[in-house]
Design a protein around this ligand. Sequence first.
Ligand SMILES: C[S@@+](CC[C@H](N)C(=O)[O-])C[C@H]1O[C@@H](n2cnc3c(N)ncnc32)[C@H](O)[C@@H]1O
Length: 261
Amino acid sequence: MESSYTVADFYEKKFNSRNYLETYYLNHFSQPAIDKLLSFALEKLVKTFSSGPKFRTLLEIGCGPCLHLSLCASEHVEEIVLSDFLSNNRQEIELWLKNDPGAFDWSPITKAVCELEGNRGKWAEKEKKLRDSIKQVVKCDVHQSNPLDPVELEPVDCVMTSYCLEVACKDKAAYHTTLRNVTSLLKPGGVLIMIGVLNETFYMINDQKFPCVTFDQAFLEQTLTEVGYEIEQLEIALNPNKSVDTLADFDASFFLVARKK
Ligand SMILES: C[S@@+](CC[C@H](N)C(=O)[O-])C[C@H]1O[C@@H](n2cnc3c(N)ncnc32)[C@H](O)[C@@H]1O
């Protein structure tokens, strides 16, 4: 990429919301590492939300066209704001919120979340509850000091994000800055829930390769501490399928819960 060409420009041109959903949230069974990644995220999210306190406000950063994180949070949060850089991703969410027949079908994942919660029969109620809880779907750019600019949001009780900062950043310095920007949206004492990957250089959507900033666990922990967090939970799942999967080359996925000091 040329230096004047930003990651954001690249996403505007190359990220296809529907292809992303179909690859990672519909056909994920065909790639063991990707399938495991989704199960890992859902299990940890359900466990964390069901064992922790309820939040009044929650913001998801870089949600993409996805609802699986907010599905896991929906029973434990009053108000949810979703945000992503790309208008196509936000439109996918809006289609689902309007119950549009062309919206992506999240029901298999809603059912999986309900099953983890021990309540498989209640999936339609869960989707309704989520539709009622989502108050706004807004643009976000993690490279801005207020990532939601021009929207000014009261600092929230919980920020969630998955696979966003590592793909939005060209290098470790940018990762540090974007984490600081995102943290400004969280109340002191608020909780960050972050899902990501260690030592990934790329992921694929069909034939399109998307680069990532590569970092290890030590860098992650150091950055969180420098930005002002106390790490409460950091779970790492190694990727035993690295050599056979073609969609991404991460060494491990992580699930993190940290509190802003
Ligand atoms: C790999 S997708 C992750 C989507 C979703 N969170 C998930 O778990 O599947 C990366 C997301 O980061 C978003 N993104 C890229 N650059 C961004 C930026 N500068 N600010 C906010 N989001 C950005 C993309 O639009 C995309 O939705």
